[in-house]
Design a protein around this ligand. Sequence first.
Ligand SMILES: Cc1cc2nc3c(=O)[nH]c(=O)nc-3n(C[C@H](O)[C@H](O)[C@H](O)COP(=O)(O)OP(=O)(O)OC[C@H]3O[C@@H](n4cnc5c(N)ncnc54)[C@H](O)[C@@H]3O)c2cc1C
Length: 289
Amino acid sequence: MYPATFEYHAPASVEEAISLLERYGDEAKLLAGGQSLIPLMKLRFASPRALVDVNRIEGLDSIGEDDGHLAIGALVRHKDCERSEALRGRYGVLGDAAPQISDPIVRNLGTVAGSLAHADPQGDWGSALLAAGAHVEAVGPGGTRTIELDELFQGPFTTCLEPTEVVTSVRVPDPGPRAGGTYLKLERKVGDFATVGVAVHVSLDNGTVRRAGIALTAVGPRNLRARTAEEALAGATLDDDTIREAAELAAEAAQPRSDHRGSADYKRNVVRVFTERGLRKAAETAQAA
Ligand SMILES: Cc1cc2nc3c(=O)[nH]c(=O)nc-3n(C[C@H](O)[C@H](O)[C@H](O)COP(=O)(O)OP(=O)(O)OC[C@H]3O[C@@H](n4cnc5c(N)ncnc54)[C@H](O)[C@@H]3O)c2cc1C
């Protein structure tokens, strides 16, 4: 099916994009990689009156250290993350997630920021970035605001972004020198959305956990943080008992539903196994750093 007719704008700056969004109100949609929006438009689940294409705005396509954060610009594609050296080691949760997103065609075009704005509970970036403690910077008519991902995700395909706001970057706090993490994804076949995904990110201080982030994909109405598991890890040594307890708590935090991909019990068990496996890998990387 073809999308309904729409007006098309390609602004050269964030300011211009915002004034276009103000002109159309909630009848306009930003277009980044188009890998979620265009399929929705073709199915007529979305019929915006205007598209505001941000791809020609300069300065939004880099990954770099900035003021104690790793800053990922709004036009950074999944494939840029897959290839980036900056996303290995301490930021391994991000580097491991990138190549597991769909196929090369989607990864060449789709953006990290677009994924967060789309807020699909099956989206991989939501969990990887929640675990890493990331926030987004959103610019609107009133200026720039910082939005923690926990606040950004309101429910399935719903965020707290205003229709006139543009996410300009995703920012991940520097986890310190001894950090590691990973993203584990169960999919029916290569390129599929997650049946279950688990993101784990830990930073250590003198051998104990300074901060732990655990987030879950496709087992709830949004990407979920396993908070009780994170709290059980804080200040602890990552030994077998602690890891097993945290994995049990993460499984309890999951809210899976039985469907054609598997039963709720099966998915909960995958969360437990992946959390345990992820914590062991994260500990290994962090201790070797
Ligand atoms: C076949 C297929 C398989 C896929 N498999 C996976 C998968 O396995 N895992 C996964 O995580 N994802 C998957 N996706 C989704 C993919 O990752 C998309 O790239 C992503 O969800 C959206 O990013 P985009 O840049 O393409 O955004 P777009 O499609 O351009 O936009 C998506 C939404 O975000 C808004 N938006 C975009 N940029 C901004 C911004 N800067 N500020 C504010 N709002 C913005 C748009 O207005 C729109 O509402 C798949 C997609 C396809 C087509």
